[in-house]
Design a protein around this ligand. Structure first.
Ligand code: FAD
Length: 386
């Protein structure tokens, strides 16, 4: 049985947890990073890493690894409607990168920075302890980075867990496309009560990942191939899309429900980061960027708690800062998702062809890269461990 005491225990080593672990370990704190998975591992995701994550990726020294694996740059977006498309450029390149590669790279970075990795499923979390199947960790601060849905959300009595009417499910599969090479574009497709994102990742692979309201899955019992056949029959652009792609992965990957109800950034003294602190609609391709950014935002407030012991002040300040940075982005993501999951409405909107709509959407749903770069600089100044 493992029994240890650390400054900070982090539950979940996805993009949020591993980033926070690396930042706090670099500040010189002892950190335990607990995950039920071993890395590398696959995960449901569109695998589009937004450009506003890149200042943090650079600060963690991971750009070279993305380059070495030739994770493609994505500079262009195409929204594919029934009768017309809408296209716009990104102000900076994003990256197509698999979760196998990205999560593993972030996890290794955290361990290299000095975080103690623990493989185990956490079963109980309080503000100063984590119990998992192989033991327990006592900590001066606990951070929740367990993603959008976990047993602790029930234990903590978080309201969104009870929401049964707004549940969505994601599905993803890797493919090889006819004709092959990456053209640096992400495509978004609409179908009734859902949508798909399509972009290339490293290794000549194209990821097709979607989100659909639970109401459309009744009776399918997890048979995603049957659902794909249904939406292909409904929407011609989707039929064409799937006709151009051959599966490169055994089956579909899905996961726990996706619920967009708001959630608190601090819950019973536990600092929440990443999806555990708020879920942006996947259509933005901004969840991972937000995960990294929330770790960057949380690090100084956790450090302040450790240094001066004024928990209440740090918790309130983190909550406020979190809402300032992410609240509006989450709200806008839902408005655009409403449009994207109604093909006829989307087609009418595309008919208007407003060239400024794409840049407006980008501004509303992601961080200003310069703001993130300044936060990164401030964090790097605090880091005592090389
Ligand atoms: C359909 C869909 C498509 C998406 N596409 C994109 C996209 O293209 N781009 C993008 O940026 N974002 C996308 N997202 C969002 C993105 O996946 C999340 O925002 C991101 O993974 C959040 O990171 P995280 O670190 O907070 O949580 P996660 O990545 O969910 O990591 C949580 C970690 O906690 C661990 N964990 C959970 N419970 C326990 C426990 N009890 N004990 C121990 N460990 C535990 C898990 O094993 C996991 O490793 C998409 C989401 C969906 C649903």
């Amino acid at each position: 049985m493992t029994e240890i005491s650390v400054d900070v225990a982090i539950v979940g080593a996805g993009p949020a947890g591993s980033t926070l672990a690396a930042l706090l370990a670099h500040r010189g704190y002892s950190v335990a990073l607990i995950d039920r998975d071993t890395f590398p591992r696959d995960k449901l995701c569109g695998e589009f890493l937004s450009y506003d994550a890149m200042p943090i990726i650079d600060a963690l020294g991971l750009r070279d690894e993305l380059d070495a694996h030739v994770a493609p740059e994505i500079s262009h977006c195409r929204i594919v409607g029934r009768h017309r498309n809408y296209e716009f450029d990104f102000p900076h390149p994003a990256r197509g990168v698999s979760r196998m590669l990205l999560d593993d790279a972030l996890f290794r970075r955290a361990v290299a920075a000095g975080a103690q990795a623990i493989t185990g499923t956490a079963s109980e979390v309080t503000r100063d302890s984590v119990t998992f199947d192989g033991g327990a960790v006592r900590a001066r601060v606990v951070a929740g980075a367990w993603g959008r849905w976990g047993r602790f959300d029930q234990q903590l009595g978080r309201a969104f867990v009870r929401d049964r009417s707004h549940r969505n499910f994601g599905f993803k599969r890797h493919y090889r496309k006819a004709g092959g090479t990456s053209d640096g574009t992400i495509e978004l497709y609409s179908f009734k009560r859902g949508y798909l994102g399509v972009n290339d990742v490293e290794g000549g692979i194209t990821n097709i990942c979607g989100l659909v309201h639970a109401g459309r899955l009744q009776g399918l019992k997890g048979r995603w191939d049957a659902f794909i056949e249904t939406i292909r029959a409904e929407e011609r652009p989707l039929d064409d899309l799937y006709a151009r792609h051959t599966p490169a992965q055994e089956g579909f990957l899905s996961s726990e429900p996706v619920i967009f109800r708001s959630r608190s950034a601090v819950e019973e003294g536990i600092f929440m980061i990443g999806d555990a602190s708020g879920v942006i609609d996947p259509l933005t391709g901004n969840g991972m960027a937000m995960a990294l950014q929330s770790a960057l935002v949380a690090a100084p407030f956790i450090a302040a708690t450790l240094e001066n012991g004024d928990r209440q002040h740090s918790e309130d300040a983190y909550r406020t800062r979190h809402a300032q940075l992410f609240g509006q982005r989450i709200g806008w993501s839902r408005r655009v998702a409403f449009l994207l999951s109604r093909p006829a409405l989307l087609d009418n909107a595309l008919r208007l062809h407003v060239p400024s709509a794409g840049p407006f959407f980008l501004r509303k749903t992601r961080a200003d890269r310069e703001v993130i770069a300044r936060m990164v600089d401030a964090e790097l100044e605090k880091q005592s461990v090389p």
